[in-house]
Design a binder for this molecule. Sequence first.
Ligand code: AMP
Length: 176
Amino acid sequence: MELIKKIEAAIRNVPDFPKPGILFKDITPIFLDPNLCNEITNAFCHSFTQTKPDAVLGIESRGFLFGMLLANKLNVPFILARKAGRLPGKTIPQTYQLEYGSATIEVHEGVIKKDWNVLIHDDLLATGGTAQAAAQIVKKCGATVLGFTFVAELAFLNGKQKLINHSNHIQCLIQY
Ligand code: AMP
């Protein structure tokens, strides 16, 4: 079976989670299949063998999973972008708008080096607000966004539009 079909088969749709009207794409069944995890990591790696990033930045929390595997396979540092208040050290925060209200993610100060090319990873691209906030943190550090990787994209939400200004290298393995 081709990779796209395997991912589609593994992702579980959970209606009305975490609130009514949301069709939640649950990627956790992917992690029950080590061969599939390996294939997905390789698919991301393949795009960045010519232009290797200096680091991978993973977004809390499901972005940590393939983010870490990808960084390890590329043999580059892995950096955590966490929700506000969860990192113990001094941080660089970025607030972004949600449908109702706002949210903040942050990265430990000093871990993203000036002039680095950073690859941003999350499990799913929806409106693009979270990944855009991660890109803004990368820029605040004087670094460049090399690209974005996602397992899945909710294409009808046009999240790519928010990211294209930061990098046009946006890889989503499957689209809904
Ligand atoms: P956004 O900032 O709108 O692109 O939202 C992306 C973040 O929210 C990612 O960290 C996703 O894990 C999560 N997310 C948003 N919508 C969904 C959904 N329908 N299913 C699963 N995760 C989602």
